[in-house]
Design a protein around this ligand. Structure first.
Ligand code: AMP
Length: 440
């Protein structure tokens, strides 16, 4: 199967070639014919499946005919990182087309964005808050938009953007093509889809399970030993770029600082950083200056770095969906990757949920020559590491977890519910858990 079958404009084919795509991915194969025909599409697909090109290529194809210097395509995404990535993908695929895309998101000066719009970009990739700001100021005219894409709709819902999305809908022509992508389909997204899509073609690719090119392993460990284990594990393992997830901004910064002091090439990424520092961390990670990036879930949303060989969950995610999203950062576009998850005794029930979704038991591993018996220092806050996720087959989102959306799209985690401070537990607490451990 090649991209030829889609009969795309030769300028677009040049872009595909330049990016080195030789064959369409399953989501591209399934969705592009319908999108090219102008149909509405609801795609259930996680990141890493090639969904950006699945909508970007047909958009470019549509824009090759018809007026230029008019905003004709709007892509709405939950985070600025994802918006940047989509913008870059469009830039790469559309390099020979002379079509222009502009990003619109908060946390940065709006003037360059306004300039880009005034100069007549045909495509805008936007986060909801800044988009509405610019619409209020009449700096963006959505009245001639022909195609709307709502990307990672479930994340937009998680982040509280749904009311903004509904406001944006009112500014768009009713006659348009709408494409909605979401990794999961909670009730609110179903409702939104019903309201905004017209007779959609439904497409599902690899939904519900993390990308199959990733192998998974669990590392049982006491909370206070996590950082030491992380460093030892990275030292011992042949890795490319490593993305480490921690639960809070504070933990993210602390782990990165500890690793930096130990000499690791590491950066951190969390919602409190200035746009410049976020950009430095991301581009440094992408270019290999930092081999390791420690990030929170929100900051890491949509990160697309091709050489990520390992995702390490320093802290267990809150939901199975979040696990799927994190793991989707490696094993992208059919490359293989490893997903390591540190589990404390308190995480035990949640492991069952993940195994249920994966449909298999995840291998437990211990690291040879690592001293698992070092006691927690007196007063160590790590000893209070506590599970955030709910127990059960389909864990509900923990209330207070959903990040608060601020106008301008800068995202900050809401305070979490305070948990019981537990004392240090002995390793015996999860001896059963480690029963099938394999020593590496
Ligand atoms: P996405 O799911 O859109 O974030 O894409 C995941 C990764 O796959 C990105 O790095 C894309 O550049 C890459 N990709 C998308 N389509 C293809 C393709 N047909 N062949 C190879 N790589 C692709």
């Amino acid at each position: 199967m090649s991209f030829r079958q889609f009969n795309l404009n030769t300028q677009i084919e040049k872009g595909i070639e330049a990016l080195g795509y030789t064959a369409p991915t399953p989501i591209q194969l399934q969705s592009m014919p319908a999108i090219l025909q102008g149909k509405d599409v609801m795609g259930m697909a996680q990141t890493g499946t090639g969904k950006t090109a699945a909508f970007a290529l047909p958009i470019l194809q549509r824009l090759m005919s018809g007026p230029r210097k008019t905003l004709r395509a709007l892509i709405v995404a939950p985070t600025r990182e994802l918006a940047e990535q989509i913008h870059e993908a469009i830039g790469g695929l559309g390099r020979a087309t002379k079509l222009k895309s502009v990003t619109v998101y908060g946390g940065v000066n709006k003037n360059p964005q306004i300039r880009g719009l005034r100069q007549g970009a045909e495509i805008a990739v936007a986060c909801p808050g800044r988009l509405l700001d610019l619409a209020d100021q009449r700096e963006i005219d959505l009245s001639r938009v022909e195609v709307l894409v709502l990307d990672e709709a479930d994340r937009m819902f998680d982040m509280g953007f749904l009311p903004d999305i509904r406001k944006i809908m009112k500014l768009l022509p009713t006659k348009r093509q709408t494409l909605l992508f979401s990794a999961t389909m909670p009730e609110d997204i179903r409702k939104l889809a019903k309201d905004v899509l017209h007779d959609p073609v439904m497409i599902r690719v690899g939904t519900g399970t993390p990308v199959s090119t990733v192998s998974h392993a669990l590392y049982p460990v006491e909370p206070h030993l996590k950082t030491a284990l992380l460093m030892k594990l990275i030292e011992r393992t042949d890795t490319g770029s490593v993305l480490v997830f921690a639960r809070t901004k504070h933990r993210t910064t602390r782990v990165a600082e500890q690793m930096k002091r130990a000499g690791f090439p590491v950066a951190s990424l969390q919602g409190n950083l200035s746009q410049n520092r976020r950009q430095d961390a991301l581009s440094g990670f992408r270019e290999g200056k930092y081999q390791i990036l420690v990030a929170t879930d929100i900051a890491a949303r949509g990160i697309d770095v091709s050489g990520i060989s390992h995702v390490i969950n320093y802290d267990m995610p809150d939901t199975v969906d979040a696990y799927t999203h994190r793991i989707g950062r490696t094993g992208r576009a059919a490359k293989t990757g490893d997903a390591f998850t540190f589990v404390t005794p308190q995480d035990r029930a949640f492991v069952g949920d993940i195994e249920h979704v994966l449909g298999e038991r995840i291998e437990r591993r211990t690291l040879a020559d690592f001293d698992y018996n070092v006691p927690a220092p007196a007063g160590s806050s790590d000893a209070a590491d506590r599970p955030r996720h709910s127990v059960g087959r389909r864990p509900a989102r923990v209330s207070g977890y959903a990040p608060v959306k601020k106008r301008g799209d800068s995202v900050h985690g809401a305070p979490r519910p305070s948990g019981r401070r537990s004392g240090t537990r002995s390793l015996a607490g999860f001896s059963a858990f480690r029963s099938s451990s394999k020593t590496r």
